[in-house]
Design a protein around this ligand. Structure first.
Ligand SMILES: [Zn+2]
Length: 254
């Protein structure tokens, strides 16, 4: 069994076939998934999906693209949503200095407050970091973030090493299957063991076999096969390992 630790099945891309996509995921051995919010409405929808489908859990948070919307009222809404027992994380939050849809200082402020919120609520933090590796790692340290998941990891070996030294979890997505992404495969070899997680980030970032198409939770299996090959372990071993890791981090029922 595998857990997709970062999906967005609440998005409209799944409105026409959500139930079928969830069934395909189950057939592929994806037993659980965490559907992740990125603004307040998406966080609400994530909680609704968790309420509707037994295999779905939720994260609630404000993505750096929407950092400009973060204020006391939004935070209070997130706090209330997080009371729902199937909300297992704050996020996704973080920094995106690639698209820069919000000014850097606005992103930093919203990220800081969500690190505090995660600490206050004793929930793990799902971190989005694009072209902001140094700043992300610095803020997490400054604000003493507790349980951290670096989602869709795109840093280098030194960053992976630092993340492990701090006890952070590192999540690997479809790009590990891209022929050119040898760096991410090296990261996988470094992270292996007890901090490694798998995700689709669907509908984005499909693995190599589905590039150009909508990604979905069932395709996690392709990413898992790629990672198992890199590590030279059996698929079922990888499943056990990453499921244990995700269950520990998100305190999922066994
Ligand atoms: Zn995402």
């Amino acid at each position: 069994m595998f857990i997709d630790t970062h999906a967005h099945i609440q998005m409209h891309e799944f409105d026409h076939d959500r139930i079928e996509a969830l069934a395909r995921a189950a057939d592929a051995g994806i037993g659980l998934m965490i559907t992740v919010g990125y603004h307040l409405e998406a966080s609400r929808k994530a909680v609704e999906a968790a309420d509707r489908y037994p295999q779905v859990y939720a994260g609630v948070g404000i993505h750096p693209h929407d950092a400009g919307t973060y204020d006391d009222a939004v935070e209070e809404n997130l706090r209330n949503l997080a009371k729902y027992p199937k909300v297992v994380a704050i996020g996704e939050t973080g920094l995106d200095f690639f698209r820069n849809r919000a000014p850097h200082e606005v992103q930093v402020a919203a990220f800081r407050r969500q690190i505090w919120l995660a600490r206050e609520l004793d929930l793990p933090l799902i971190v989005h970091d694009r072209d902001a590796h140094q700043e992300t790692m610095q803020l997490l340290q400054e604000e003493a973030a507790q349980a951290v998941l670096l989602h869709c990891f795109s840093g280098d070996l030194a960053m992976a090493e630092e993340a492990l030294a701090r006890g952070y979890y590192v999540s690997i997505a479809g790009p590990v299957t891209y022929p050119k992404n040898e760096l991410l495969r090296e990261v996988v070899r470094k992270v292996k063991t007890d901090r490694l997680l798998l995700e689709t980030d669907c509908p984005f970032l499909p693995p190599q076999a589905f590039r150009g198409q909508r990604n979905e939770p069932a395709y996690l299996l392709h990413t898992a096969q790629g990672v198992a090959r890199v590590l030279g372990i059996r698929l079922d071993e990888l499943g056990r390992l990453t499921t244990d890791n995700a269950s520990r981090l998100f305190r999922l029922p066994s």
